[in-house]
Design a binder for this molecule. Structure first.
Ligand code: AHR
Length: 330
């Protein structure tokens, strides 16, 4: 299966900041200052947005690592829209940055703008999320998690939890934002594992946009339309945390009346896990900054880098969350 790259850039105002450099460049308007001219590496980074705790930690990691590496970072918040990210990439090309990196909002629709970057001789690095283009020459490498594997780990925990039981297990699923690689892949990986046993039934599955607000709202509708929910599988912690509020408001006990599996392992999710409100979390690390800066340096120096850099991750039970929480960085 092809990995996907998604982009989000809204038609509205782009939020741009220059970090570790002299700043002041708006990055969203065409024809800005040149990224070249001195020895300092200029990195243009188009982020998805600020939809979740994971994303906030990811942005912080990128900004801090760029500063440590002594790069000029031109950072654009795509506000969840592909057109904003495309616009940002075009501006990075105009500004002649040394390297472009981005985390695509959705998987498809990137070939044209990435060909423009390639023709301009500016290398591109995909971070966090992949794209579905068969043309791998459009980017130097993809650094991030294996989202299918994350979905599988969620499914495997469920299968083990209900081992030896024969009653139907009604599952509701909160999907990430439509078209995003983590939404597509986490759904596919989970479905692939649970399909072996017909007692597992996904009775409702809808997007919660990776946000707490939508997770809560969609869970409220699930609770009204589904009389007997055994399990919630949420594609990230934030949606799971929103759903917990809805479950408690409906007079049910999260983690007991409804078992909950999420992905990410950010601090708030880990706290809910330690408190028994979530039962299992599959980790997805947002701390991609240091590795990304290392890859940027190598690409700029013309070194060969691997086409795929996989993030190392684990899973957490409530006991493991209690142990890990005091040292959790995000
Ligand atoms: O692409 C990573 C995903 O995006 C995270 O799991 C989710 O929280 C975020 O919004």
């Amino acid at each position: 299966m092809l990995r996907r790259l998604s982009i989000a850039v809204a038609g509205g105002l782009l939020l741009v900041s220059a970090v570790a450099g002299c700043g002041g460049d708006d990055g969203a308007a065409g024809g800005g200052s040149s990224g070249g001219g001195d020895d300092k590496i200029t990195l243009g980074f188009a982020q998805v947005g600020a939809e979740s705790g994971w994303r906030t930690a990811n942005t912080k990691s990128i900004e801090e690592s760029a500063a440590t590496a002594g790069f000029e970072l031109k950072f654009v918040d795509g506000q969840g829209k592909q057109e904003n990210q495309i616009k940002a990439i075009r501006n990075f090309i105009t500004q002649r940055v040394d390297v472009i990196a981005f985390s695509p909002v959705v998987e498809s629709g990137w070939d044209t703008v990435l060909k423009e970057a390639k023709d301009a001789g500016i290398p591109v690095i995909l971070t966090d999320r992949a794209i579905d283009s068969p043309d791998t020459s459009l980017y130097k490498t993809f650094i991030g998690s294996d989202f299918v594997e994350e979905g599988k780990k969620a499914g495997e925990w469920l299968v083990k939890e209900y081992q030896g039981k024969t009653d139907t297990v009604n599952i509701v699923e909160l999907q990430g934002s439509p078209g995003a690689a983590p939404a597509n892949d986490r759904k596919a990986g989970f479905a692939d594992v649970i399909k072996a046993d017909p007692k597992f039934k996904v009775v409702a599955s809808q997007t919660g946009q990776f946000t707490r607000t939508d997770g809560k709202a969609v869970m409220e509708t699930f609770l009204k339309s589904q009389p007997d929910i055994d399990v919630l599988y949420a594609h990230n912690d934030d949606m799971g945390l929103g759903a917990i509020e809805a479950i408690e408001a409906a007079g049910k006990k999260p983690g007991t009346d409804i078992k909950i599996i999420t992905v990410d392992a950010v601090k708030d999710g880990m706290t809910a896990l330690a408190d028994g409100k979530i039962n299992f979390i599959v980790e997805c690390s947002p701390l991609l900054g240091p590795q990304l800066m290392d890859l940027v340096k190598k690409v700029k120096a013309g070194e060969t880098i691997p086409q795929r850099v996989l993030t190392e991750e684990t899973t957490f039970t409530p006991e493991q969350a209690k142990e890990a929480l005091p040292n959790r960085k995000y």
